[in-house]
Design a protein around this ligand. Structure first.
Ligand code: NAG
Ligand code: NAG
Ligand code: NAG
Length: 453
């Protein structure tokens, strides 16, 4: 049992989609005002896979100066993997149209292993965070210095959409999109963030509205998303001072609706809470601006990771018979979304805005459901569930699932305890994100890194 506990509790995933750092596109993509200012004129566009064509002229070549080529990036990623082999793993989730691997750096500590970084005293403490960094989802576009991939498809419009079926044809989906979708289905991500440029705001779901109008379109976890986005904007150098966006955050559909984006898909289909972070008004930061960008966003990234770890409820779900882990569903009363516990360890992590009480409902076919009420304060809570198998599955079927929520078996108490302070120093993450961002610069720059370590 204890071995199970010590393994991954959270899987965080920071996907760095340098869409705009490597393209001419605005913000989440496309042209915000112009494409949606009219309405019916553009209706036909909705069913087109290619939502926003690349209309702008290519950027001046010198704007690309200082960025790595795909080849250099791959080399740097692998070098990082070798240098830090005991706390990282390099793997590929698929290939681009042109066959370039989509590399991911997974960074996680191993239990009992600590590497304090004396240079960073702010030790927000987390346990077993698995940080996955995808430096680019679109290497072909990256090398072409444009937003579209090699087929000139905007990948952030290529995901299946909840309102419009334009991307439901599996065969026409881009290989990069397929790779991301398979990856998110396979792994158990708690949260993700994708970085973009072209604006300065933390954007949260929904990204689109059901009638294409620009309006606030809240997802079931609106409150939690607002909380996460605010953490980011308020930790940022000046995001929260925005004149355009109150508090530096925005609901996607309220800003301008997009369809086929990754953010909504992640949340709906992978239970992964994704923010789209617009980190620079300048869509093409110059080489020498990147360290400043990093400086402005550093605390935000750390605080976002920490907030994900430190808020919500998590634990494991086990069978009372034999103690095997159960991939049960976790729902919160009044919030119409569920997440699944991991199959291997029965672990779950449900992000929730703090300062409220919640009813956590756990269900699993063949087992009696359980509900427990928690008062969530500033710290995350750890709640394990031990589920009893139903004796007669037929009987259970007749009773129906409507009973699930009220079958709260008070005699079976859940182990409720506060998530104690645990021992991975977040400074580790600081160092590695720093290292990663420097990859974007010429290696000359990253050679300076050891000085900071
Ligand atoms: C991990 O690697 C670092 C750097 O090479 C080393 O200092 C540390 O002792 C290693 N830790 C373990 C547990 O192997
Ligand atoms: C934030 O700071 C940057 C760099 O100084 C500046 O260009 C931008 O206009 C500022 N934005 C806000 C909202 O204050
Ligand atoms: C919950 O969300 C689903 C879609 O994910 C929807 O079909 C259903 O009607 C919603 N239920 C309620 C009670 O809002």
């Amino acid at each position: 049992m204890e071995i199970l506990f010590s393994s991954s509790f959270y899987t965080l995933f920071l996907a760095f989609f340098f869409f705009s750092l490597a393209s001419t596109a605005i913000a989440r993509g496309g042209e915000q005002a112009s494409s949606f200012s009219g309405s019916t004129d553009h209706d036909h566009d909705f069913l087109r896979r290619r939502f926003f064509d690349q209309t702008k002229s290519p950027p001046r070549v010198d704007l690309a100066r200082g960025y790595m080529t795909n080849f250099e990036l791959e080399k740097a990623v692998k070098q990082f993997g070798r240098r830090c082999s005991n706390i990282s793993r390099i793997y590929s989730i698929g290939k681009s149209v042109k066959g370039i691997p989509l590399w991911v750096m997974e960074i996680s500590d191993k239990p009992g292993q600590q590497e304090a970084e004396p240079a960073f005293k702010a030790t927000l403490i987390i346990r077993d965070v698995h940080l996955h960094i995808l430096p680019t989802m679109n290497p072909d576009g990256f090398s072409l210095r444009r937003r579209g991939n090699a087929n000139n498809i905007d990948l952030n419009r290529d995901f299946p959409d909840q309102f419009f079926p334009m991307n439901n044809d599996l065969n026409s989906r881009q290989p990069e999109t397929k790779a991301i979708m398979n990856w998110l289905k396979e792994r158990h991500f708690t949260a993700s963030a994708s970085l973009h440029g072209g604006a300065l705001v933390a954007n949260y779901p929904w990204d689109g509205s059901d009638d294409k109008r620009r309006q606030y379109y809240a997802c079931p976890d609106d409150k939690t998303f607002q909380y996460m986005a605010s953490i980011y904007s308020h930790s940022h150098y000046n995001m929260s001072l925005s004149k355009e966006f109150l508090g530096g955050i925005t609901n996607g559909a309220f800003w301008y609706p997009i369809y086929g984006g990754m953010q909504d898909w992640n949340y709906i289909h992978a239970g992964c809470f994704e923010l789209t972070l617009e980190i620079s008004d300048n869509k093409w930061p110059m080489e020498n601006e990147i360290p400043i960008l990093w400086e402005y966003n550093r605390m935000s990234m750390l605080n976002l990771v920490a907030s994900i770890v430190k808020t919500g409820v998590h634990g494991r779900i086990l069978s009372s018979k034999g103690g095997q882990p159960l991939p049960a569903s976790i729902a919160i009363k009044g919030i119409n979304s569920t997440i699944e516990a991991g199959g291997l360890f029965g672990d779950y992590h449900r992000i929730l805005a703090p300062g409220e009480s919640y009813e956590v409902m756990v269900s699993m076919p063949g087992y009696k459901s359980k509900t427990t009420r928690i008062l969530l304060e500033e710290e995350a809570m750890s709640v394990d569930f031990i589920l009893d198998p139903v004796e007669n599955p037929q009987l259970r079927k007749q009773v129906g699932s409507a009973c699930d929520c009220s079958c709260d078996d008070k005699t079976n108490f859940e182990l409720v305890k506060y998530f104690g302070v645990t021992y991975l120093e977040i400074s580790l993450v600081v160092a590695f994100i720093l290292a990663f961002l420097c990859f974007l610069l010429k290696r000359k720059m990253s050679y300076n890194l050891p000085k900071h370590r």
